[in-house]
Design a protein around this ligand. Sequence first.
Ligand code: HEM
Length: 415
Amino acid sequence: MSAQRLLDRERVRELFDLRGAYLSILGGEYRDDPYPAWHRLRAEAAVHPGVVHQLTGFDGDAFFHGLPYPDRPHFSAFSFEACDAAYRDPDVFASSPEPVDLTAGEPSALNSMLSMGGAQHRRYRTLVQPSFVPAKAQWWIRNWIDETVNLLIDGFVDDGRAELNVDFCAAIPVLTITGSFGVPVERALDIRQALHNPAEVIDIIRPIVDARRESPQDDLISVLVQAELKEEDGTTHRLSDAEIHSFALLLLTAGSGTTWKQMGITLAALLERPDVLRAVRDDRELVKAAVEESVRWNGTDPMFSRWVLRDVELCGVEIPEGAVVHLCIGAANRDPARWERPDEYDISRALKPTLAFGGGPHICLGMHVARAEMTVAINALLDRLPNLRLDPDEEPPRIIGMYERGATAIPVVFG
Ligand code: HEM
């Protein structure tokens, strides 16, 4: 049975619809283009007091890692230079206000490596890094990505039309990351649904952890159960259940939401530019450039926060200890000081590092997996769907959202 048949489409739509209530806490009801406001703000100053969504002119609710802390001063950085400088100085611009103790408190995506600093962060990250290096991309493609992508296309290839955003893009990253945790396809959506309820995710993961401890397989969960963590005093130990669960929650969260939206943004950008799509179809080397330009031009997560551990100056602005600084990497990636015609989606640009995957020690662990997913998916669509184009009878895609941006829908026809 195909992966698509096992995934209830209505449930997928509910869970992944950016307009749905689920994401309204992230500013999902924001519909405007934030980039004109970000250009104006950056032109006034690299760093402003305040938080990104309010400075952008959005007065709805929008919570995110680092928001809101009414008792702390808030600043937002809009230039490439300011965001890059903060990422390069993690001892001052820390990922959390205090050290993380995985033995205390419930495991969660935040109570994890994401919030650690210094040596503690390095010790944990080292355990998983080898599974995420570029040379491992083929491992991900062979084990999970190729099959998922092709099963999903099988599900609509004979229909002559499809809605790629939810029926294709949304499912690929969830199935890839849950597959790497040994979670069967039919439970993949339970994981997505339960991400705000860690105990439920852990209930699904626990029996798999036990089974892999008994007999490891060729997957990520087996890497975690066999990993040896080196303590500060030099002793080593296998990861505890709490440590494995915290990794699982972080990876399942970070790996499933982001990539589907970035894939949708990339496909929408190409489909809206038929000449560019044709060029990419004819020269598949360009798929990579199409993906890299998409993360620069319209990154799905345009803001991450840092806690300021001592008084510091950032691009001429004095920031006190205890403040939270919101790095608007979306604005940084269109800084005219670094890119000419920054608002244009132009796949012929010379490649220059962006901040779309963050920077410094917390730079996205999964970026090569995300790139592999997007590249394999776009190539497969181009291989299998001749004359792929936007459906002229449907509304074209719009990119919406504040802190999690993505396409509304990508209705296409082919054949
Ligand atoms: C296009 C898709 C993706 C984007 C745009 C993205 C973006 C980011 C960014 C900006 C950060 C840095 C956060 C910060 O500065 O605090 C980050 C961290 C992270 N990402 Fe991704 N990500 C994507 C896909 C993935 C995937 C597929 C995975 C896993 C399979 C993943 C796992 C992680 C993890 C574990 C971290 C935390 C790393 C650490 O704290 O050391 N991401 N991501």
